[in-house]
Design a protein around this ligand. Sequence first.
Ligand SMILES: Cc1ncc(COP(=O)(O)O)c(C=O)c1O
Length: 389
Amino acid sequence: MLATTSRGQPIVYLDSAATSQKPNVVLEAMDEFYRTSNANIHRGVYEASERATLAYDGSRDTVARFLGGVPADEVIFVRGTTEAINLVANSFLKPRIKPGDIVLVTEMEHHANIVPWQLAGARTVPIPVTDAGELDMAAAERLLAQGCAMLALCHVSNAIGTINPIAELCAMAKRHGVPVLVDGAQAVGHLLVDVQQLGCDFYCFSGHKVYGPTGSGVLWGKQEHLSAMPPWQGGGDMIDLVSFERTTFAPSPRKFEAGTPDIAGVIGLDVALNWLMGQDRQGIAVHEATLLDFGRWTLEQVEGVKLIASPRDNVGILTFTVDGAHPHDVASLLDQAGICVRAGHHCTQPLHRRFDLDASVRASIGPYNTRADIESLGIGLRRVQEVFA
Ligand SMILES: Cc1ncc(COP(=O)(O)O)c(C=O)c1O
């Protein structure tokens, strides 16, 4: 956990939506791997390599449990959410896409869930977001009925924290024969996720947002899809037989994991997920919801601070503007007090346009935050308000 700035001030970390801080057990496991078992996987017959292979492959079981008890061979390790979505766009969508095909997204998507579909040749059409920051479900039904190749949407919005009604949307999509990818980047750290109960076809997340290391991430997909999808990247470890005339591939998940993966990252992710599953998830959820309510109240007390959207179901995020102050200036002034928040469009330009904004300030909450952190944010914002009043 970050402790102090280079100026020696205590850090108030309110940027967990960008990346979470890591528990000691994660740091220790990665350090131990490099010190005691560092070897490449799947290739060596010596003990360290076998240990590394067991640890790497064993991590699939942990992810499978974390996602509600799916078969471990439906779990593919990737670098993060962005790579997972690019994999599905290239390997699932691209081979079947026809000119003019639409991928239905939402107005609140992160760019990582817009651009890969466009690069794969699709037209992205958004489900609109209401003033409250929720999906317009009637429009979703209408757009699905009009036909699309795929529905791709976030479980939780990184910009405004909305929890989308994924099970309802998946059921709707199923009625129209539309496969669904869910971007779980902002959800897995806050919500219990059971992908089979949600009813989606693909679910993905980044390790670094769920208390694990950067460079680790997961794509889960239904076996019926994964078996039929061609590999996206070629190289070592994903093949069955190679000749100059023709190559055959290993079954999924290995056919999607070309080259040496981030072995230490996957081991760190395994430990992070086990750590999280060992916590009182309900207790964390209550703690975060209490801080969020207190955060809303605190911000409402500061003149000139305007919260963006107020979705009924939301987690972890306070997004706002301050009258007369550019979000970057707000974040810089808060930084002078050791308070870490994010300023900008948070990779959601379309959502910001929807709310007539170029940028905003985002404070996001993790289980390690305290009431005192929120009070510091309130004090910092009062100072910002004085400077810009
Ligand atoms: C909702 C959402 N999707 C996708 C991403 C991209 O994640 P990564 O950069 O870890 O691949 C993020 C990151 O902020 C996100 O919040």
